[in-house]
Design a protein around this ligand. Structure first.
Ligand code: F6P
Length: 346
């Protein structure tokens, strides 16, 4: 019997509770381990706060968004932070043998450093952005895509009725997966992604082309991390703020696009920033199933002692991949998918 700590770090992602439930259900019922959930990511580890995870505390959470453990972007390795020694001290104080962090590049980056320092770790990948290498998909992505697609469908109606250009900003810091999937599904006329810096004149040209062929409205989908050619990420909202991992707070490229498109084309333009709406609410069935499969596999990996690895979806199978492989580079948008979307641009 082992004592296993669980935490959720970084942005919340629909399906997190499915993972927690699955880890605990498999680990308790089949392997006979005990579980403790640290609250608010690495913050809970450092302050040694949390809750016992058992049948009672993980009941009725499968369909709930967010995370019952809470989350944060706390970084134990930030300058002056307690580092691996601080984490080890907390784990010892609670007699935790193994840690299962559920998170994205930052949370798993910390996990990898702790693993290198000798702490037994099994990671679970999480991000709505779907930009973690080593896994074909992360849970939460499909839900975010559906929310964005529903929003595009609704905005289509207004764009069409008012003869407007509507710019829809979706999440996607390094990669345009949400923009491309939702743009494809929602019939976007232009999709702008971080992987392909855009030329504002080209965007306007597509909008003009549509007008000339009798279509009096356009939908432009833009990922928050998209940049103009020869430009930096335009963040209208951050005021220069960064998180504990040094990431700038994004949001607002759509504000610039709305203004530029209207000024350059003369067409009335509006923008909508979907923001955290994409991370909230009920997970789709796909994300509940993927989260559950990840959770069961993570409990098995912990039981077998497969440390320094994370669970991953490869094709249709759940496999284990070294944490270091997953963290080397972000998983950027498949160019073939973007080329498919481009077929339908204005
Ligand atoms: O990493 C997921 C993500 O949704 C990014 O797309 C976005 O830049 C970031 O989280 C925003 O997170 P928050 O506003 O919660 O700090």
């Amino acid at each position: 019997m082992a004592r296993i700590g669980v935490l959720t770090g970084g942005g919340d992602s629909p399906g997190l509770n499915a993972v927690i439930r699955a880890i605990v259900r498999k680990g308790l019922n089949v392997h006979g381990h005990e579980f403790f959930g640290f609250t608010y990511g690495w913050a809970g580890v450092l302050s040694n706060e949390g809750i016992v995870l058992d049948h009672q505390s993980t009941r009725g959470i499968l369909h709930r968004g967010g995370t019952i453990l809470g989350t944060s972007r706390t970084n134990p390795f930030k300058q002056g932070g307690p580092g691996a020694d601080g984490v080890r001290a907390s784990l010892e104080a609670r007699a935790i043998d193994i840690l299962i962090p559920i998170g994205g590049e930052d949370t798993l980056g910390v996990a990898n450093r702790l693993s290198e320092a000798g702490i037994p770790i099994v990671g679970v990948p999480k991000t709505i952005d779907n930009d973690l290498a080593g896994t074909d998909f992360t849970f939460g992505f499909q839900t975010a895509v559906q929310i964005a697609t529903d929003a595009i469908d609704r905005l289509h109606t207004t764009a069409e009725s008012h003869n407007r250009v509507i710019v829809v900003e979706v999440m996607g810091r390094h990669a345009g997966w949400i923009a491309c999937y939702a743009g494809l599904a929602g019939g976007a006329d232009v999709i702008l992604v971080p992987e392909r810096p855009f030329d504002i004149e080209e965007v306007c040209e597509r909008v003009r082309n549509r007008e000339q062929s009798g279509r009096t409205f356009s939908i432009v989908v833009v990922a928050e991390g998209a940049t103009p050619k020869d430009g930096d990420v335009v963040s209208e909202h951050s005021g220069g703020a960064t998180d504990a991992f040094g990431h700038e707070r994004l949001g607002g490229i759509a504000v610039t696009l709305e203004r530029e498109i209207e000024e350059r084309t003369g067409f009335e333009s509006r923008m909508t920033i979907l923001g955290h709406v994409q991370r909230g609410g009920t997970p789709l069935a796909y994300d509940r199933v993927l989260g559950t499969r990840f959770g069961v596999a993570a409990a098995d990996a912990a039981d077998e002692g497969s440390f320094g690895q994370m669970v991953a979806l490869r094709g249709t199978e759940i496999e284990l991949v070294p944490l270091s492989d997953a963290l080397a580079e972000p998983k950027l948008l498949d160019p073939r998918l973007f080329e498919t979307a481009e077929v339908f641009f204005g």
